[in-house]
Design a protein around this ligand. Structure first.
Ligand SMILES: CC(C)(COP(=O)(O)OP(=O)(O)OC[C@H]1O[C@@H](n2cnc3c(N)ncnc32)[C@H](O)[C@@H]1OP(=O)(O)O)[C@@H](O)C(=O)NCCC(=O)NCCS
Length: 175
């Protein structure tokens, strides 16, 4: 378990998958999270197959974010873990909109960065989103991420092309 502020980060259990399926099929969460609405429903069978692969893969993992009353509220993890370069990409979503804007995302990202830098000895962590996701950008900036790049018209959101924003944080900046 990783504890920080108001959140606990813990492993994902099989019993969590139904909730994760609900979040994955939620238009609003996916709109902000990926910049595009899901074009198909995600089945529980599919999730079980894919998620367990991801949870145990060497290059990607996912964990559950829980708050102090024991409610699971979202998922955090990494992908594209590069051992030689000691870097990865962070990924996060809080699946219930009633929990947005309350500081849980910032606590979860800070907790996970501490885990990645101190426990995994990483040198840099990246994160990306689309330029309209101001809540996510603010959250990442509060955690110390710096703007590193902008891919013009790289994300298609609700019929319009949007820029992808790339942010990064170095180990020494986190310390
Ligand atoms: C992005 C996300 C992880 C952030 O977590 P969170 O708990 O909502 O964020 P926090 O409350 O820690 O911080 C958000 C900050 O943005 C601000 N904010 C909220 N809505 C905003 C908006 N529409 N425009 C600008 N700032 C906004 C908040 O006031 C807060 O800043 P403050 O602490 O200075 O007041 C969460 O909102 C989420 O999962 N959203 C849906 C999916 C998603 O966007 N995932 C990220 C994919 S890259």
């Amino acid at each position: 378990m990783i504890k920080f502020g108001e959140v606990v980060i813990r492993p994902i259990e099989r019993s969590d998958l139904q909730l994760i399926q609900k979040w994955y099929n939620d238009d609003e969460v996916m709109y902000w999270g990926s910049g595009s609405k899901p074009d198909m429903m995600v089945s529980l069978d599919y999730l079980e197959e894919v998620w367990y692969e991801q949870i145990y893969s060497e290059s990607a993992t996912r964990m559950m974010i829980e708050i102090e009353d024991g409610s699971p509220i979202g998922v955090i993890g990494y992908r594209d873990f590069n051992v030689q370069e000691r870097r990865c990409k962070l990924t996060i979503f809080i699946g219930e909109n009633k929990y947005w804007g309350k500081g849980y995302g910032t606590d979860a990202v800070k907790a996970f960065l501490r885990f990645l830098f101190n426990r995994w000895n990483l040198n840099r962590v990246e994160v990306d989103t689309w330029h309209g996701n101001e809540r996510a950008l603010k959250c990442y900036e509060k955690c110390g991420f710096k703007l590193e790049g902008r891919l013009r018209k790289a994300r298609f959101v609700d019929g319009q092309y949007n820029d992808e924003i790339i942010l990064g944080i170095l180990r020494e900046e986190f310390e």
